[in-house]
Design a protein around this ligand. Structure first.
Ligand code: ADP
Ligand code: GLC
Length: 483
């Protein structure tokens, strides 16, 4: 089967969160399932073309596209995704993509991704490549299903092409002013209150994609149900309910060549279930690097995250004082909202012997914290899937999470009478319950026999893409066979 995989980020070229990990790994597993996959990405300024062997694709250069009243040109670059034979096509349009970050709040944010999506379709035409499925991810690619059924309907190349839209986070919807319809080239006739393009007075890319795509998926079974409720649907629950028979939840997998304590090149010592003691050496190195004292009896707690409302860090603020009386060390890596950055900077300043916080993005440190900590914290308000808790589980770093979305699907709460727990989870989104859960974990940590059992249950989990790639393949087939 021929799959065109389109996304706004893809590891190792560009990554701001889990979507980058998914786009860089799922296609490899699909290729192992007999799919011919090609990936399409914007060529952002931050992508290091030389380092990644990305070269100009001479056949497709200076293609004119009309965005609103403007004439814009794009060209194509290409590379092979490391560790595979998958071709990656990069859409180059410096006016739009040479900005500081992949995503912006700039006034032409809509135009940037309109150009990207039109360019993907125009590139397929020039390649004369007719995919069975275009797999779209999030709002940045969710107009492609609309284009195929409207502006590009005439093209026989896409006669048998179907679309799957994966929603990684329903809170990001690509909502713009009504004028954006003009930029998109689509028809105003679909823009009316409650219509396919309209959401609360805005032109909503994601809503349009939900309506026009052949099938829809989300990144965990729990989240696929949650988003159909008012609590989690962010205003799109109604439209999702109308497509409820077409929505599937497929848990993300992980790339076990990159996230694997047995062969991870970014950690100082590798370990598996057989030489689990090496994990302690990773802890030692991590603490040395973080300038904290090493004591194997003091549990180290890790946080690696985008600092966004979604991640639930506001729960810490009221309990900080009580929390800091407990016996642990905290290693934080993240960036985003000022209030959370300031909170962790403040903790580091007030408790330099207990806390270190690196505000920024650092891939190597993410691997070191995942390997070197005893406990991983993820108190998310909502979590479509979450990769960090899965990385933690297989690195023997016991997660403490809120029971929501993918966290509920992957972390089994420890209870002294069950033999299944691989972490600690709590339901109520309150500071008190978070504190209790941390206390519970710190208490059990003292019982090293039980702790080891919990760690080992996590390490034995198979979160590789094998299973989920098969489910995607089935979805693609369902999509292909749809009328
Ligand atoms: P989300 O996509 O919502 O941010 P996920 O848990 O799915 O959450 O994925 C986050 C990914 O981004 C993980 O691979 C994590 O290690 C990485 N990450 C998040 N913040 C940082 C950071 N500051 N430095 C390095 N990696 C980070
Ligand atoms: C989003 C979600 C996260 C998920 C990731 C990859 O960023 O917030 O939960 O793991 O996408 O699907």
């Amino acid at each position: 089967m021929k799959i065109c995989f389109t996304a706004s980020e893809c590891f190792p070229y560009v990554k701001t969160g889990g979507l980058g990990d998914v786009a860089g790994s799922l296609p490899k597993s699909l290729a192992g399932e007999d799919c011919e996959v090609r990936i399409f990405l914007p060529l952002y300024k931050g992508i290091k073309t030389l380092e990644h062997g990305i070269g100009s694709f001479d056949e497709i250069q200076n293609v004119p596209v009309r965005i609103g009243g403007k004439n814009v040109m794009f060209s194509v670059w290409s590379a092979i995704l490391p560790g595979s034979e998958i071709k990656v096509y990069f859409i180059d349009c410096p006016d739009y993509f040479h900005r500081e970050m992949p995503y912006t709040n700039d006034i032409d944010e809509d135009e940037r991704f309109i150009l990207f999506q039109i360019a993907v379709i125009e590139t397929l035409q020039r390649l004369k490549w007719s995919p069975d499925i275009i797999h779209c991810n999030d709002w940045q690619t969710s107009l492609i299903p609309v284009y195929l059924k409207t502006i590009y309907k005439w093209d026989k190349l896409f006669e048998n092409t179907k679309t799957l839209l994966s929603i990684h986070n329903i809170a990001y919807q690509g909502r713009f002013s009504r004028d954006s319809i003009y930029n998109s080239g689509l028809s105003y006739s679909e823009y009316y209150p409650g219509g396919p393009f309209e959401l609360n007075g805005s032109f909503c890319f994601l809503k349009a994609g939900i309506i026009f795509s052949d099938l829809i998926s989300t990144v965990s079974p729990a989240y696929s149900k949650e988003i159909q409720t008012a609590e989690f649907g962010c205003g799109l629950e109604g439209v999702l309910q109308t497509r409820s028979d077409d929505i599937y939840g497929v848990l993300n997998g992980i790339d076990d060549n990159i996230w694997n304590p047995g062969k991870d090149k970014m950690i100082p010592y590798n370990y598996t279930l057989k030489n689990i003691d090496n994990k302690l050496l990773c802890k030692k190195e991590l603490l040395k690097e973080a300038e904290l004292n090493f004591d194997e009896n003091i549990p180290s707690i890790g946080i690696i995250s985008r600092f966004a409302v979604q991640k639930g860090f506001e729960l810490f603020y009221p309990i900080a004082e009580q929390l800091m009386k407990l016996n642990f060390q905290l290693l934080v890596l993240g960036s985003g909202e000022n209030r959370t950055e300031d909170f962790f900077k403040g903790l580091k300043q007030s408790f330099p012997e207990k806390v270190n916080a690196y505000i920024g993005y650092n891939n190597k440190l993410a691997h070191m914290i995942t390997a070197g900590c005893d406990i991983f914290l993820m108190p998310s308000k909502y979590e479509p899937c979450g990769l960090n808790q899965m990385y933690s589980l297989i690195y023997g770093t016991v997660p403490v999470v809120r029971k929501t979305g993918g966290l509920a699907d992957t972390v089994a709460d420890f209870h002294e009478y069950n033999e299944k727990g691989n972490g600690f989870s709590f339901e109520d989104f309150t500071p008190e319950v978070l504190l209790e859960s941390i206390e519970r974990a710190l208490h059990i940590f003292k019982d090293s026999q039980t702790w080891k059992k919990i760690m080992k249950r996590g390490m034995k989990k198979d979160f590789t893409w094998k299973q989920s790639a098969k489910i995607y393949l089935d979805l693609y087939k369902k999509c292909r066979d749809k009328n």
